[in-house]
Design a protein around this ligand. Structure first.
Ligand code: NDP
Length: 350
């Protein structure tokens, strides 16, 4: 049954992604002729329909609130298999990049595959987000059903914060088009298997540990600290990502909210050095790590800390890579940015 559940979630998400109305926007990435790629964005709508359907079915007693919890291992195994099939199907028919086959399989060959309305990257992030939300709801529901509302404050706060994270990510779906994944990554195992298997089932690792275990519920003070840390991180990450998005899309603006859009300029090339981007060269990564810490603090189980640890492992090498990429792209301008803003992620520390 777990196999059928996962295939149903993936298929429903795909069908809704294709048929629901959305808006067409131009992205940041350009095609071979220099025109910006266009994207049909309806992620939040699709997410809302799938989650509302799940909630409606559970509320009417058609399915148990924690039905996916019972199938969790089958779901993971199926997602791993689907992710592998997807990887081979998207990589092998495409022209080789010149790297060894293993590298092509891992990193991918196609940069931004699109078929009509369907953009592979947007769909992959969407299906990952939908499945992750369903797993979060299943973990929380199981805990409440077994241990009651009173003993489940931690996992409820955790689920609410994580759900906010997913909904707001889809709300700002367009901003995502201006990130490293679209600019610098191809579609292979890393992105494809990552979104189909790893993202929905590992990001909720705290839920896996907490759902069935009666750890003492975190104190109200600890939960308040978790919420405060999460939103402090969110302000840095969302603030920085939006500030850069405005900088790219409205180059004439001199301010964005409280922040000066100060730029280092060399001909056509511009690097943002004002506001949040003047604190560190990847302050958004610090924000993301703080959000993950907030989520871990909301749960008493120490296994929840694997999530922020994973972020450190992901974002530190990514900062080093992106810094190299930007140094090659911007040359002396990037050197100047490095001099003005020496910290990579944590202001004044690193
Ligand atoms: P960035 O959004 O920081 O994008 C990096 C690119 O932005 C650079 O390659 C460069 O591209 C441009 N850029 C960087 N600095 C400047 C500057 N000062 N001025 C102008 N342009 C600049 O990184 P990511 O795409 O990695 O991350 C985006 C968000 O997604 C972050 O909040 C991150 O934490 C989050 N994230 C979340 C993950 C998750 O699993 N939840 C995974 C990875 C990231 P160019 O010059 O070509 O414009």
């Amino acid at each position: 049954m777990g196999v059928l559940w996962l295939l149903a979630i993936y298929s429903a998400t795909f069908v809704l992604y294709v048929v629901l109305p959305g808006r067409w926007v131009e992205g940041y990435v350009r095609d071979a002729s220099g025109r910006p790629l266009r994207y049909h964005l309806d992620g939040l709508f699709v997410f809302g329909v799938v989650i509302a359907t799940y909630v409606a079915l559970a509320a009417r007693g058609v399915i148990a609130w924690d039905v996916l919890y019972g199938y969790r291992w089958e779901l993971v195994a199926t997602a791993i298999a689907v992710g592998l099939v997807f990887t081979f199907a998207i990589v092998l028919p495409a022209p080789p990049t010149g790297k060894p086959l293993a590298a092509d399989l891992f990193l991918g060959r196609l940069e931004n595959p699109q078929w009509g309305r369907v953009d592979a990257k947007m769909f992959l992030y969407l299906v990952g987000a939908v499945t992750l939300e369903l797993m979060l709801l299943a973990f929380a529901a199981h805990h409440v059903l077994v241990f009651s509302w009173d003993g489940s404050r931690g996992i409820i706060v955790y689920t609410a914060l994580f759900s906010f994270f997913l909904v707001e990510y889809l709300w700002f779906e367009r901003v995502h088009l201006y990130t490293y994944d679209f600019v610098a990554e191809r579609v292979g195992f890393k992105l494809g298997w990552g979104c189909l298997a790893f993202y929905p089932f590992f990001y909720c690792i705290g839920g896996w540990f907490a759902a069935g275990s009666l750890d003492p519920d975190p104190s109200p003070l600890r939960l308040a600290a978790a919420i405060a840390l999460f939103f402090a991180g969110w302000s840095l990450a969302r603030g920085a990502n939006l500030q850069k998005f405005m900088f790219k899309t409205r180059p004439e603006a001199t301010r964005w909210g409280p922040f000066a859009q100060t730029a280092l300029v060399d001909g056509d090339r511009r690097v943002l050095v004002g506001g949040l981007w003047g604190l560190s060269r990847h302050i958004n990564y610090l924000g993301e790590i703080l959000m993950a810490c907030g989520l871990a603090i909301a749960l008493a189980h120490p296994g929840a800390w694997l999530y922020p640890l994973y972020y450190v492992g992901l974002l530190v090498p990514r900062q080093l890579d992106d810094d190299r990429r930007c140094a090659a792209k911007y040359g002396a301008l990037w050197e100047e940015y490095r001099r003005k803003v020496p910290s990579r992620i944590i202001p004044r520390v690193w």
